[in-house]
Design a protein around this ligand. Sequence first.
Ligand code: SF4
Length: 477
Amino acid sequence: MDFISITNKEHVDTLPRDWDVLLVTPIVNPNTPNFISKNDNKGKYRWIDAFHPAMGIRFIAENYEGVRILEYPTMDKFENELKKGVDVVGISFLTIQMYDVEHMIDLIRKYDVKEIWGGGWGIETPGAKELFDRTFTGHGEQAVFPLLKDRWQGHKHPKLLGDAHMVKLSAKLGYLSSIRGCKYKCEYCPSPAMVPEMLSTPISEIKKLLDYYLEKKVSAIIIYDETFLQDKQYSERIVEMLNERGLLWFCLTSSTELKGQVSKLRDKGFLGCLMGIESLRDKTLLHHKRGGRLTSLNMDVIKEMKDNNCYLIGTYIFCHELDTEKSMREDIEKLASMDIPAVMPTILTPYPGTPPFERYADRIIDWDWTHWDDGHLVWRHNSITPEVGKQVLSDCYDQCNSLSYNMKFVFKEAIHNVIPFKIKRKFFGKKPAVHTNPSISNSFFTNLKEEDIYTNSISDEQKYLKDLANRMNSNKT
Ligand code: SF4
């Protein structure tokens, strides 16, 4: 994979050291149709809201000197920054933000900016690459390394604090991204299509980060990995560090990783997770190459989560090739009967850069990029119209989500899990271990050797740079 492609600029080995780089993630336009706000017309989820850090640009700015960020600025704020003068502006965006990006680039061209960079999942959107001087594919700080290598500051994790609001209460959260990338290769997902490689944060860096969050008294850690626990040994080490510090945590993960593990994780501060269910038909799951995570496994884990009072947000995709309106209505009935605390319905969207985009190319019926938000049927389905697709989504949202059930669940989880965990850690917990060597684990892994952790799971700076150099060389050949 090429990390950088150059459209309008001559290649330079390294960006001049005194060039100021500003990285931006566009604001989510309130006028852009968004399937949650559109479907949440009864305001069922207005009571809960959480901050989403712009991970990609945050990691780059943390790892290179002379790089600053603007996270979700308004156009006015963005223009004010341009007025102050900047040499390079980089935009990380999604397909849905394509028109906002065009607008931003028109604005940038009015100022004396030397280069405009583009990256993020939106970069494969037809017509996107031509808008930029350089485009980047891959994990942010790896992708820009050839240009910014003399500014490299080490493989660091940004400190990410944000607020979550629940009814009238607010809580401070700390965010962690331990592994970026996903070992599964679901064919509709932009993540493996755009960035097939995985990149892990050194354990020493995670330890520092968790100590910082502990000091800041966060209420919980949100683990932002696409699939937390996908590397068992490495993730268990992190779980142990969270447990040692008495930190509660929520993650994104999948049924394979959770099966048979929920009670063990619950005792180590696991609050719950977002997990893909995606279909109740094995034929559809196999068709999408979801790596053996079939219906019976998903059902087992949904039950395991419920039995352990752990919160679950289950994502579900409608309008698969084999779906009909009748089958989708049956799915809603089944989902509603499962007592899943929150179901997040979506519509199958063949995102640019993924295999379905190529396959459905001649069936695209809606090229309005603001509709590429998982909430619109943008391709011609054999038996489902876009209107029916949207109605089904809305009905699923209504029938499978209930504020009162959520409140009851949260209360039950607090009584059974959160309070006992906090009491146990306060009165019987051990202090976080002091590791002289960051890659040495302590008691949790009885038969794991230090070399195993190092070679199988953890990229430290040296390994990371060596790996990067190898990839660069192989790209040249
Ligand atoms: S498990 Fe999730 S993140 Fe991983 S490829 Fe599948 S959809 Fe994408």
